[in-house]
Design a protein around this ligand. Sequence first.
Ligand SMILES: [Zn+2]
Length: 101
Amino acid sequence: MNIHKGDNVQIMAGKDRGKRGKVLDIEMKKSKILIQGLNLFKKHKKPTKQGEKGETISVSRYLSVSSALLVCSSCDKPSRIGYKDEGGKKVRYCKKCQAII
Ligand SMILES: [Zn+2]
């Protein structure tokens, strides 16, 4: 998993293809990510109190990390990420522009 919480990613597949958003949460075990305001699904909310109306709300759903790419903060393009050793520390770098991100 090379995407972290708070990263900007671009969705590369599905109905939100080409859209960008911030990663809010990650499910390591399932390799899924939750992106702010993207991959929205309508959910019907039942009235909780008597006399209240049910409503339809949009919620973001987790999507597979394989359908999103990290947006490089340096070249502003969705990029494949590599890892390299930088002074004993493992850092991510953009395979397009080689910048450490
Ligand atoms: Zn780059």
